[in-house]
Design a protein around this ligand. Structure first.
Ligand code: ADP
Ligand code: G3P
Length: 496
């Protein structure tokens, strides 16, 4: 009986269940979008029960559509949108508030207060992050501060907190496991990434009781079995967890120091493996845990871009200038350039390297001759410019000059974007055959724990290239275009 690994990829806009075979190939995918809630400008929330429902539905979908039986699943890997915070009642399992999404800015004022107290260096020293609404810690504080009775219940040990991995494993295991892994814990602003434990001093500052927090474990081991009724009578080991960006680094087999990947999803996240060394950034990057594996923890440097693919969704749903995200490629290719137009998609502020919560989106360089094509092209190009900002910071911090960039995520199907990316970086861009590297990374972690795969060497051998995009632009053109972007970002930041 052939066996498979089931990977559950719970992303910002959709949940996916993907079955992988022993060659690391996709056998079947089921996907379901869920509702985005925007209660106020800059706020983004999800209904945690709707997320759970979407995950159950893709599990059922992938099994029934593929005809693969639950007993053929050797293990389950979980990977998730990170930082998004859920708080629920331990007894009833009911979330006390919507999940506050990583993109949400509703805790900006809490962050401002913490920064005014001069606490940024303390948080940075211990967590590798910086004080920003992006991370989970202030989201938990916000829920405890705003939901009637929540703080009292939390102090009585009656509430639990989790990032989405924790929430899903708690549900899948019928409330038996309240766990997370090092990679997810390292995104909470509450976890000491050097001492590898929840940090009492930071918890005290944030007013978060330790009893709410999950147990933090390595990224590849059996955490719990699923309760049988979710899998048609079978209990299946949940044996891998990683935050989606770290999972993509793993799925891209970036196992050696200096190897990097960039994922183009809702946001865009570049991670560089720095091995057992945690590199402290001087240029606005985050120091984060890549994974815990084989009895040790490895680290990564990360550049986080908040708006990437979601700018294309905005073209589709907000401006309605395209019907489908993929149409953006055809429109962009119809013109030679943007004719001097720059779109700065700072819809929820800017992350690396600017870390400016208050800046909002802007468009520059419009003329009477600006067409829809120029506008769409400028929006796509903004993903590449933001990536260039991040890569410059990464090269400055690590001292490593990148030879190639491995890419993945929903938007890498766009060949125009990949060509332009390579041109602007002046670095070859490599797109692998399996672009679902996030799900693949979680599958690999789960598979290693149950002996489905033997070693990271075996995994490295499975990585295969689909297409390489090589730079063709001359230096003068590249420098002029990028200087224009820098001017546009600076102008957007000045308009507050
Ligand atoms: N051909 C395309 N060109 C540009 N953007 C695309 C294309 N296809 C998908 N996208 C964008 O990619 C994102 C989806 O990628 P995905 O990796 O599924 O995201 P997430 O995991 O964040 O939900 C969407 O924001 C969508 O707009
Ligand atoms: O859902 P994605 O793929 O946009 O990833 C979200 C990130 O994990 C946020 O840190």
């Amino acid at each position: 009986m052939e066996k498979y690994i089931l990977s559950l990829d719970q992303g910002t806009t959709s949940s996916r269940a993907i079955l992988f075979n022993k060659n690391g190939e996709i056998v079947h995918v089921a996907q379901k979008e869920f509702t985005q809630h925007f209660p106020k400008p800059g706020w983004v929330e999800h209904n945690a029960n709707e997320i759970w429902g979407s995950v159950l539905s893709v599990i059922a979908g992938v099994l029934s559509e593929s005809g693969i039986k639950p007993e053929q699943i050797a293990g389950i890997g979980i990977t998730n949108q990170r930082e998004t915070a859920v708080v629920w009642d331990k007894e009833t399992g009911v979330p006390v508030y919507n999940a506050i999404v990583w993109q949400s800015r509703q805790t900006s004022s809490i962050c401002d207060e913490l920064k005014e107290k001069g606490l940024n260096d303390l948080f940075r020293e211990k967590t590798g992050l910086l004080i920003d609404a992006y991370f989970s810690g202030t989201k938990v504080k916000w829920i405890l501060d705003h939901v009637a009775g929540a703080r009292e219940k939390a102090e009585q040990g009656k509430l639990l907190f989790g990032t989405i991995d924790t929430w899903l494993i708690w549900k899948l295991s019928g409330g038996r496991a309240h766990v997370t892994d090092y990679s997810n814990a390292s995104r909470t602003l509450m976890f000491n990434i050097y001492e590898l434990k929840w940090d009492d001093e930071l918890l005290e500052i944030l007013g978060v009781p330790k009893s709410m927090l999950p147990e933090v474990l390595p990224s590849s081991e059996i955490y719990a079995n699923t309760v049988d009724y979710h899998f048609f009578g079978k209990e299946i080991p949940i044996s891998g967890i990683a935050g989606d960006q770290q999972a993509a680094l793993f799925g891209q087999a970036c196992f050696e120091e200096g190897m990097a990947k960039n994922t183009y999803g809702t946001g865009c996240f570049m991670l560089m493996n720095t091995g057992e060394k945690a590199v402290r950034s001087e240029h606005g990057l985050l120091t984060t845990i890549a994974w815990g594996l084989n009895g040790k923890v490895e680290y990564a440097l990360e550049g986080s871009i908040f708006v990437a693919g979601s700018a294309i969704q905005w073209l589709r749903d907000g401006l309605r200038v395209i019907k489908d995200a993929k149409d953006s490629e055809e429109y962009a290719a119809k013109v030679e350039s943007t004719n001097g137009v720059y779109v700065v998609p700072a819809f929820v502020g800017l992350g690396t390297p600017y870390w400016d919560s208050d800046v909002r989106g802007a468009v520059f360089g419009l003329t009477r001759g600006t067409s829809k094509e120029h506008f769409i092209r400028a929006t796509l190009e903004s993903l590449s410019y933001q990536t260039k900002d991040v890569l410059s910071a990464m090269e400055a911090d690590s001292g490593i000059v990148l030879k190639t960039l491995r890419v993945d995520g929903g938007a890498v199907k766009n060949n125009f974007l990949m060509d332009f990316q390579s041109d602007i970086l002046n670095v070859p861009v490599e797109r692998p055959v399996v672009s679902e590297t996030t799900a693949l990374g979680a599958a690999y972690l789960a598979g290693l724990a149950v002996g489905f795969w033997e070693s990271q060497e075996e995994i490295s051998r499975q990585w295969a290239i689909d297409r390489k995009f090589s730079p063709k632009m001359n230096d003068e053109n590249r420098n002029n275009l990028y200087n224009g972007w820098k001017k546009a970002v600076n102008a957007a930041m000045a308009f507050k």
